[in-house]
Unconditional design. Structure first.
Length: 187
C-alpha cells in the first residue's frame, strides 16, 4: 500500500484489461498482460527491493503529473490512490510521471530486465540529481534497426542546364515548362 509520506518508490504499470470486451477488434490475451505485469514487477523489485508496483492504480501524490490523465475520481481520504482507466493495448511503465516503457508507442512487449535496469537507473540518477531523460521511453535502441553500411562514394551527378526563365506582366519570376518535342507526322 502507498504510504502517506510517499517514502516508497512507486512504479505504475498500466495494462490492458477486460480484453474479452474488445475481442471483436483485437486478439488480446489478458493472461499475457497479467504475465508481463508479474514479470516486470518481479524484475523491478529484484533490482529495487523497496519498490512498489501498482497495476492500473496511481498514487494520489502523482496527480500533478500530466502523464496520468485517465483517472477515476476518488475523494476517499483513506484510499491513497486513484484507479486508472486502462487503454486498449496498453502496457506502460512509469515513475512519477516519467514514461519508462510504452507498448503503445513501441508496438512490442517489454524486455523485463531492460525495463528493470531503466527503473533502477532512474531512481539512482534522480537521487544523484542527474538527468533521467536518457532512460525514458523512446530513448532505447529501436528493435529491428540495422546498422547502415558505409559504401564507396558515387560519381558526382551530371549538371543539368539551367531552366529558361521569363517574366509575365505583373507576375513573379517563374520557371518555364520544359519544351516538349512534337512527334513528326508519318507519311
Amino acid at each position: 500500500m502507498v504510504s502517506r509520506d510517499n517514502s516508497e518508490l512507486v512504479f505504475v504499470i498500466e495494462t490492458c484489461i477486460n480484453c474479452k470486451d474488445h475481442v471483436w477488434n483485437t486478439r488480446h490475451d489478458e493472461a499475457k498482460y497479467q504475465e508481463f505485469f508479474n514479470k516486470v514487477s518481479t524484475a523491478i523489485v529484484a533490482r529495487i527491493p523497496n519498490a512498489l508496483t501498482m497495476r492500473n492504480q496511481i498514487p494520489k501524490s502523482y496527480l500533478p503529473y500530466d502523464l496520468y490523465c485517465n483517472l477515476i475520481p476518488n475523494d476517499d481520504e483513506n484510499v491513497p490512490f486513484f484507479q486508472q482507466v486502462a487503454r486498449t493495448g496498453a502496457f506502460e511503465v512509469s515513475y512519477k510521471g516519467l514514461l519508462i516503457f510504452s507498448k503503445l508507442q513501441g508496438g512490442y512487449w517489454p524486455n523485463c530486465e531492460l525495463v528493470a535496469q531503466k527503473c533502477e537507473a532512474i531512481v539512482r540518477d534522480e537521487a544523484e540529481g542527474r538527468d533521467v531523460s536518457v532512460h525514458l521511453a523512446g530513448n532505447s535502441p529501436t528493435k529491428g534497426v540495422k546498422k547502415i553500411r558505409k559504401t564507396k562514394p558515387t560519381a558526382a551527378p551530371q549538371q543539368q542546364p539551367p531552366a529558361k526563365q521569363f517574366v509575365e506582366h505583373d507576375q513573379p519570376l517563374r520557371q518555364a515548362e520544359p519544351e516538349q518535342q512534337q512527334p513528326e507526322p508519318q507519311q
